[in-house]
Ligand binder design. Structure first.
Ligand code: URA
Length: 238
């Protein structure tokens, strides 16, 4: 059984190698994966080394960073793809870039971002160990909530990003991110405290750090949410 598994994994890895060769060549074309190879191929992709995922993420960023699928593409200064460990176990999703993020091209680098960094550190992690992105990649003018059409235009980008990072758990920051990921219209109050799923990945919803800057009284509940998230992630009790 183990030998058979190792053989199939070996085949899957060789297939991926062929694909990589194919990327840089016009004449080595791998045939489609054989029946029975799809699941091990997925396993091999999941076990892909960090450089492969980083390269895939960067390739994807370059592919989409000139996007004009919605009006936000006309008003942004910078496309804010996301950043962090390409193999992160925890992925945070916010709403959309604010002024500072739009200026720097990086997610959560303004006041709300500083609070998010503190939350991550309180979870006994470093910011570089997680992955951070947003439901929309371009700043809505005046920091308004992204429109449903804008969220829908950006949804495939978020989906692909999550597919490439393959986190073990997702934290939705605020109502917009939670609703966008879960396809729900319920309030954040109703979405908090339940373990949801996004394409088979567990999702915890909590308050957006910007909301915590206005409502310090929600910090206690946020702390409960992130303690629970960390426990679900790897059993660590904070
Ligand atoms: N708020 C968000 O939702 N995302 C950011 O990147 C910054 C602020």
């Amino acid at each position: 059984m183990e030998t058979q598994r190792a053989q199939v994994l070996g085949q899957a890895r060789r297939y991926l190698e062929d694909l990589r060769l194919f990327e840089g060549s016009s004449f080595i074309a791998p045939s489609p994966p054989a029946e029975g190879l799809v699941a091990p191929l997925l396993a091999a992709v999941q076990a892909a080394p960090a450089e492969d995922r980083a390269r895939a993420l960067e390739g994807f960023r370059q592919e989409i960073c000139q996007c004009t699928r919605c009006p936000l593409g006309q008003t942004r200064n910078q496309f804010v793809f996301g950043e962090g460990d390409p193999q992160a176990g925890i992925l945070f999703v916010g709403e959309g870039p604010g002024e500072e993020e739009d200026r720097q091209g990086l997610p959560f680098v303004g006041a709300a971002g500083q609070l998010l960094t503190k939350i991550i550190e309180a979870m006994k992690l470093r910011r570089e160990q997680v992955y951070i992105c947003n439901a929309v990649k371009c700043r809505p003018p005046g920091n308004r909530t992204p429109a449903p059409k804008e969220l829908a235009a950006c949804a495939p980008y978020l989906e692909r990003q999550i597919e490439l990072v393959r986190p073990r758990i997702i934290c939705a920051l605020g109502k917009t991110a939670a609703q966008a990921l879960l396809g729900e219209t319920a309030s954040l109050g109703a979405l908090r405290g339940r373990l949801h799923q996004y394409r088979g990945i567990p999702v915890v919803a909590t308050y957006h750090p910007a909301a915590l800057l206005r409502h310090a009284e929600w910090k206690r509940q946020t702390w409960e949410d992130v303690k629970w998230l960390r426990r679900e992630f790897d059993g660590t009790e904070l």
